[in-house]
Design a protein around this ligand. Sequence first.
Ligand code: AR6
Length: 171
Amino acid sequence: MNMKIELIKGDITKVEADAIVNAANSSLLGGGGVDGAIHRAGGKQILEECIEIRNKQGKCKTGEAVVTTAGNLPAKYVIHTVGPVWNGDEEKESKLLTNCYKNSLKLAESLGVKTIAFPNISTGIYRFPKELAAKIAIHEVKNFKSEIIEKVIFICFDDENAEIYRTLLKE
Ligand code: AR6
């Protein structure tokens, strides 16, 4: 089944989806950007669970995803995925960003998630070109067939990403 796609300009910590995705780093211990916002708004339970995951499996590799509960957030789960830092190796870094979306969606399915919200992974501090990142995200979501996930919401925080997604989703 094809999943419904929605675009929202705003703050992912306010979104009432079953799962929201965090653009984390491999330490899983928090940081700036959307990661900082999620940990601040969600409270210390999220960090405590991230520490437990680290103790069990070590760091989270780029392109992989892990899950915690969502603490004080309106979502049920936070799926933490680690995007690639853009260094200009388009093929390698595109593949890693693809993996972020794919592995997050697979994990969401295994949790029975019906609605999932993604931020624009890697397009902030990690400097991935926004248009290329948006094409990868939309392509991956359109190609992912699911009997479980009904809706994917792209949450664009900055004007530039919102405009890019608006244009690409019209096509
Ligand atoms: N809601 C939705 N999107 C947001 C929010 C928010 N509250 N705040 C920022 N964004 P970034 P990255 C957007 O830098 O590039 C952290 O320190 C932002 O406009 O958060 O993957 C981590 O710990 C941008 O489009 O993540 C890592 O060390 C998008 O989120 C590193 O940054 C991603 O920007 C990850 O860098």
